[in-house]
Each structure stands twice: as structure tokens, then as C-alpha cells.
Design a protein around this ligand. Structure first.
Ligand code: ADP
Ligand code: MG
Length: 482
């Protein structure tokens, strides 16, 4: 099985425990971190804002100025489980770039994959250079797997905001998550990939489908759970897709055949880019944004996802230290260095369940902090938990808004991403908040999706390939358009 329900964790996040011994500290520390704590009414207001933004993105007239773009994908239905064959997949759009070989055979799925580094100079270089690099990685992978003399259909999981024009046409709207390659925004990334493959001339690969990682997660879980109707990413960035009725998608330009639905890639990371989240922003959020490579963009994402969470915590810890409330006011070069407090530290620190603070002390050592007390450990844990709790609750608002909008009685949400996977409380916090916010009678579960970006791409490609092989008459009837 490629997915499972996350085991509930026993311990409570520090934000829910009374951890301070000295009331005077509590007062001043709390004063500085209070902005991270949102009230119930804030979350309710956020729900309304979010629904408004989703509808703006879906409306024909409002879409051009909407910040949450609600892109229709050309994926119309979940898999039926009969998909089979060998497929290549590319996963680009986060920490690691991977090439995968996937074999689908009914419910049996096997895959091999290899991670290839994308050096910083390529991430911020030219598009041609990026796609040449990708094509070279495909070549190396095929060479290592003895596939050079075969023609294998490829699915491309490209997890950046794209306006999709067909199943294998996706125009990049804007780079996010640290990528900034010249000459790609406004272009069809499948065309750029095909051109790079052609420039090499030594591999025979055709990309049949380009999908977003949210769609990959959804499709991958739906392969064994037909109730799956939302795909959610909580990794480097955050985004979600869901199944929407065609009648609600004013921008839909495909056919109206059954099933009268399509997956919508919300690109919700951009929520707030018009200022609608300013009422919950803290000084720490503003600083993170200011020093990012895309200031003013991806506001919601920057409050939630793994690329930014550690930095928010670091800024708050630094502030406390400067006020003499942490480490006796004495920091370290590491703690003062932007990006040096990794988001995985947040998970590690929050995983300490007793007063030995083993992980927390380990993190302090890694940050070259020389002197720290148990009280420092407690405060650091508290700050981490406030930031991660806010993130989990904000993500929960998004999921609850989609659940209420869809009004399906029982929905499985496929979740992928290291933040969700490894943080000790993220799952439980999200469940708690979603339960508070959804309409009575609606049921849901959050499922961990393993490797959706590979398996999901293979499934969509398999269907596209089947359609292509069975000639054009059946296009449209099988839930996918090309
Ligand atoms: P991507 O979203 O890039 O496909 P991942 O799902 O692995 O990849 O997410 C990477 C992000 O997850 C990084 O920003 C990293 O900081 C964060 N991350 C990695 N490990 C952990 C962890 N143990 N706890 C919380 N976040 C983590
Ligand atoms: Mg990923």
C-alpha cells in the first residue's frame, strides 16, 4: 500500500502546555510571540476570505485579477485501477529533482528513482541550461537502467504555477520556491523539454502529460481510494488541488462529456498577495518576505511551508535573544545567519517529550550556541510550536474551505511533503482545526501520500497513452483530454 493514515501522536505540542516556570519571563516572551496566536474568529474570517478568493479564481471575469488562479488541469477523473505498463516520470519543483521508472500493473506499483542535483547556478540561470540539464539526467537514468533503445512514455510532474492548455501543454506563470530561470515564464515547459531532448538527439522520449504535484498526490491515493478528492502539498511550498464540477469552472474550455468535473490546481500559495492576509502577518513574516527572491508573492505559502518555517522561528528566537530573554542575550554566528535554522529543527525540537530536551540541545550545539539553560530549551520549543501550530491551522483553513465547497459526504485528502510527514504534530493539529471548521455531517480523513509525484504522473501518463493508442474516437470518454 502506498498510503496510510498517520498514527496519532501521544504528546501535546508545547503551545498547549504551560511550560513556563517564571511568570515574568512568560510575560515578556509571550508579548513578543503573541502575534503568532490567532483567534477562532480570525480562522473563521480566513475561511470566508479563502472561499471568496477561490470563487474569484474560478470566475471568468474575476480570474484575470485574482491572485489564487484556480487553474483547470486536464485531468478529469481518478484512475480506475487498470492502468498498466512502464513509464518514466520527472519530478521537478522542490528540493530534489528526480527521474523515475514506474511499472503499473493494476494495484501493483513498482518504481525505481534517482535524485539528481540541480546546482544553484542552474536554478537561477537560463531556461535552456535548466532543460539541457534535465535532458542529460534523463539520458543518464536511461543509460543506467538499460533503456536507451526503448521508447517509454514520460509524465512530467512540474510543481510551479502553470496555466494548462492541454494535458501536455503547460505555460509557466511564475517561478516560485527558489527557482528563477530566465526565458521560461510564459513558455510551454513541455515544448522546452522536448527541444532539449531533441538537441541531445540520443534519447527517444515523449512527454504525454504534465501535472502538478498536488494532482500527483491525489491520483496516487485515488488509485486505491476512490473517495480521494483533494491533493495537498506541505513540503518546500504548499498548494492543493481538488475535484470541481464543470458548471463551477467558468474558464473550462474542454468538452462537457462525463464525468462533468475537472481537477483544479488552486495554486493557493499566492493567497494574500493582494493584502487580504495582512491582518494576520507578523513582523517575522514581513522580514521573511522581504529577503526572499519573490517579495510580495506566495504570502500564504510563506506562512506555512518548509522553505520558510525555520527562518520564521529563527527570526523570533533572535528577537527574544536580543531582548535578553534567550541564551542570556548571547547568540552565535549561526543563529544570526539567514536560512541557517532548518525547518527540520522545528520537528526535532518539538519531538522532545521530556525535560531532557535531547534534540533541542543537539540543535543548539549545531548552532554553536555555547550556553543554554533548560528554560532556553522550553522557550525555543514554545516558539517552534507556535509557528508550526499557526502553519497547521492555516493549512487546515484551506482544506476546510475546500471540503465545505465540495460538500461531498466523505472525502479523503492525500497529503504529501516532508513538513507534514515528519513534523510530530502537524497531522493532529490539522485534523483538530478542520473538524472545528467544516459543516456538520461532512467526513474527511488525511492520508499520507507516498511518492505521488512519481506514481501520479505515471498514472496520468498511462491513461493518456491508452487513449492515444486506442485512437481518437474515445478521447473524452475516459476522463482525460489531450
Ligand atoms: P518538495 O516539497 O521540495 O518536493 P519535500 O516534501 O521533501 O520536498 O519538502 C522539503 C521541505 O520539507 C524543505 O523545505 C524542508 O525544510 C522541509 N523538511 C525536511 N525535513 C523536515 C522535517 N523533518 N520536518 C519538517 N520539515 C522538514
Ligand atoms: Mg515533492
Amino acid at each position: 500500500m502506498s498510503q496510510e493514515k498517520k498514527e496519532p501522536k501521544r504528546s501535546k505540542p508545547a503551545s498547549k502546555r504551560d511550560i513556563f516556570k517564571k511568570p515574568v519571563d512568560k510575560h515578556s516572551v509571550e508579548n513578543l510571540v503573541r502575534p503568532f496566536i490567532l483567534k477562532d474568529e480570525d480562522y473563521k474570517r480566513l475561511m470566508e476570505i479563502m472561499l471568496g478568493e477561490f470563487n474569484k479564481g474560478l470566475g471568468k471575469e474575476t480570474n484575470p485579477t485574482a491572485k489564487v488562479k484556480m487553474y483547470p488541469t486536464y485531468v478529469r477523473d481518478v484512475p480506475d485501477g487498470t492502468e498498466n505498463g512502464n513509464f518514466l516520470a520527472l519530478d521537478l519543483g522542490g528540493t530534489n529533482f528526480r527521474v523515475l521508472l514506474i511499472n503499473l500493473n493494476g494495484q501493483e506499483v513498482t518504481m525505481e528513482s534517482k535524485i539528481y542535483l540541480i546546482p544553484q547556478h542552474i536554478m537561477t540561470g537560463t531556461g535552456e541550461h535548466l532543460f539541457d540539464h534535465i535532458a542529460e539526467c534523463i539520458y543518464k537514468f536511461m543509460n543506467n537502467h538499460d533503456l536507451l533503445n526503448q521508447k517509454i512514455p514520460l509524465g512530467f510532474t512540474f510543481s510551479f504555477p502553470c496555466k494548462q492548455m492541454g494535458l501536455n501543454h503547460a505555460v509557466l506563470t511564475q517561478w516560485t520556491k527558489g527557482f528563477k530561470c530566465e526565458g521560461v515564464e510564459g513558455e510551454d515547459v513541455v515544448r522546452l523539454l522536448h527541444e532539449a531532448i531533441k538537441r541531445r538527439g540520443d534519447i527517444d522520449v515523449e512527454c504525454l502529460a504534465v501535472i502538478n504535484d498536488t494532482v500527483g498526490a491525489l491520483m496516487s491515493c485515488a488509485h486505491s481510494d476512490r473517495e480521494c478528492a483533494i491533493g495537498l502539498i506541505l513540503g518546500t511550498g504548499t498548494n492543493a488541488c481538488y475535484i470541481e464540477k464543470l458548471e463551477n469552472v467558468e474558464l473550462w474550455d474542454g468538452d462537457n462529456n462525463e464525468p462533468k468535473q475537472v481537477m483544479i490546481n488552486t495554486e493557493w500559495g499566492a493567497l494574500g498577495d493582494d493584502g487580504c492576509l495582512d491582518f494576520i502577518k507578523t513582523e517575522y513574516d514581513r522580514q521573511v518576505d522581504k529577503h526572499s527572491i519573490n517579495p510580495g508573492r506566495q504570502t500564504y505559502e510563506k506562512m506555512i511551508s518548509g522553505m520558510y518555517m525555520g527562518e520564521i522561528v529563527r527570526l523570533a528566537l533572535e528577537k527574544l535573544r536580543k531582548h535578553g530573554l534567550l541564551f542570556n542575550g548571547k547568540g552565535s554566528e549561526e543563529l544570526s545567519t539567514r536560512g541557517r535554522f532548518y525547518t527540520k529543527y522545528v520537528s526535532e525540537i518539538e519531538s522532545d517529550v521530556d525535560d531532557h530536551f535531547k534534540n533541542t540541545k543537539q540543535v543548539f550545539e549545531e548552532l554553536a550556541l555555547e550556553k543554554y539553560s533548560d528554560e532556553d530549551c522550553r522557550i525555543a520549543q514554545y516558539v517552534c510550536s507556535l509557528v508550526s501550530t499557526r502553519a497547521a491551522f492555516l493549512a487546515a483553513v484551506g482544506v476546510a474551505t475546500l471540503l465545505n465547497k465540495m460538500e461531498r459526504p466523505d472525502v479523503s485528502v492525500a497529503v504529501d511533503g516532508s513538513l507534514y510527514r515528519f513534523h510530530p504534530h502537524f497531522h493532529d493539529l490539522m485534523v483538530e482545526k478542520i473538524e472545528q471548521l467544516i459543516k456538520p455531517g461532512l467526513k474527511f480523513k488525511l492520508m499520507l501520500s507516498h511518492d505521488g509525484s512519481g506514481k501520479g504522473a505515471a498514472i496520468v501518463t498511462a491513461v493518456a497513452n491508452r487513449l492515444r493508442e486506442s485512437q481518437s474516437e474515445s478521447i473524452g470518454e475516459n476522463g482525460l483530454e489531450n
